[in-house]
Design a protein around this ligand. Structure first.
Ligand code: GLU
Length: 415
């Protein structure tokens, strides 16, 4: 794979938009560099009695538009470089969809699949405690990401509350019983689906003949599949970390959900054939939806990608090198900072509900999510057509311009 690190790659996308906006090098430095990075050690007594020390990070990238906001991931590759790049994506994402937050990301370098619940609880509490002095309802609000979920947020809220008192707005993506929002769990998948459906409407295509391949069946992949299936799209493949399943006639996602509940895995789902994660990406399909980890489409496999549309449900699933090649082949790419923004949009609704201790209905959540994400998509499409540039570049330009504007108003930039 290319020698570039993830942060170099995200900055390549940034620079292409910054050039369009004619930003000088000082402004670029201000916007590229995180405002604060914190690395902490997390010593934990494992269930075996052995002491292990994990590394944890919180990168606060930019807060010109509001408090830092972004998820926490538990993953073996969650190092400072990855967390920094994901934090910057949050800055452009929250700006693009115009919600009043900046960007941040957290991570603990561990493999949650190899840890027990009690070990995860201890790691989460110690991590929260060690970064708590830089968090705050009006300062920095974590949320779930890869390898974390509502239970992790419940532990974070509880650990924070032990020092600072009851503070539900300190995290989003909590269980509903603890002040979480209805519709938050499905929000990222719903956002991906709303964009997919909008494209289908724009193109006036018959959804029952439209094929989808989805890499990943975690929170994002599975909810995307669920909404798309309900609408009548044909999902020909879906996967988890161990591999995927394929069916040319389409997978029944309602039945797959039940199967997953019973078997804890999608493997061997009836009337489907096994497929590897690598082969899934190379399937001939109308829409390819990477909804797992970063950099899965890169210089090694890009020549074999056979789709017309890619919707980036995962963060940074395509390297800049692969991105260029796909654009040359006229593949339309809906970029991560738009495609998966549904999660942070409903996090904003959850935070708002926590601030004034009032509950919104699921219908209100879905309607307001739809208004925000489709409005952002319309802006991206308009700029893309007007300037003849790809959606990603248009999305970065719109997001960066809003952060520049806020920076000027706050007095960080003179002109
Ligand atoms: N982790 C999600 C993301 O990458 C959600 C962040 C949030 O809700 O703050 O957008």
């Amino acid at each position: 794979m290319s020698e570039l690190t993830t942060i170099d790659e995200v900055n390549e996308f940034f620079d292409s938009a910054a050039t369009f906006l004619k930003l000088d090098s000082g402004t670029r430095d201000l916007l590229k560099n995180p405002w604060r990075e914190l690395k902490v050690s997390i010593p934990i007594t494992m269930d075996s009695g052995e002491l292990k020390v994990f590394s944890g990070y919180r990168v606060q990238h930019n807060a010109a538009r509001g408090p830092y906001k972004g998820g926490v991931r538990y993953h073996p590759e969650a190092d400072i470089n990855e967390v920094e790049s994901l934090a910057s994506l949050m800055t452009w994402k929250t700006a693009l969809v115009e919600i009043p937050f900046g960007g941040a990301k957290g991570g603990v370098q561990c493999n949650p699949l190899e840890l027990s619940n009690t070990e995860l609880n201890r790691i989460t509490r110690r991590y929260t405690h060690n970064i708590s002095h830089i968090l705050g309802v009006n300062r920095d609000i974590p949320a779930p990401d890869l390898g974390t979920n509502a239970q992790t947020m419940a532990w974070m809220m509880d650990a924070y509350g032990q020092t600072y008192g009851y503070t539900p707005g300190i995290v989003t993506g909590k269980p509903v019983q603890l002040g979480g929002s209805v519709g938050r769990e499905s929000a990222t998948g719903l956002g991906v689906f709303l964009l997919l459906d909008q494209i289908a409407t724009d193109l006036n295509i018959d959804v029952s003949k439209t094929t989808l391949a989805i890499q990943g069946s975690g929170n994002v992949g599975l909810w995307t599949a669920f909404f798309a299936f309900k609408r009548g799209f044909k999902i020909i493949a879906i996967s988890d970390v161990n591999g995927g399943i394929y069916s040319s006639s389409g997978i029944n996602i309602d039945e797959l959900k039940n199967y997953l509940n019973e078997n804890k895995s999608i493997q061997n789902f009836p009337d489907s054939d096994p497929i590897t994660n690598a082969d899934l990406l190379e399937l001939e399909c109308d829409f390819l939806i990477p909804a797992a980890i970063d950099r899965v489409i890169n210089e090694k496999n890009v020549a074999n990608i056979k789709t017309n549309y890619i919707i980036e449900a995962a963060n940074h699933p395509i390297t800049p090198e692969a991105d260029k090649i796909l654009l040359d082949k006229n593949v339309t790419i809906v970029p991560d900072i738009l495609a998966n923004a549904g999660g942070v949009i409903v996090s904003y609704f959850e935070w708002t509900q926590n601030l004034y201790q009032h509950k919104w209905t699921e219908e209100r959540i879905s309607n307001e999510l739809q208004t925000i994400i489709i409005n952002a998509f319309t802006q991206v499409k308009e700029l893309s057509y007007k300037e003849n540039i790809p959606y990603r570049k248009a999305a970065f330009i719109l997001g960066i311009a809003k952060v520049v504007e806020a920076s000027k108003l706050r007095g960080f930039l003179d002109k």
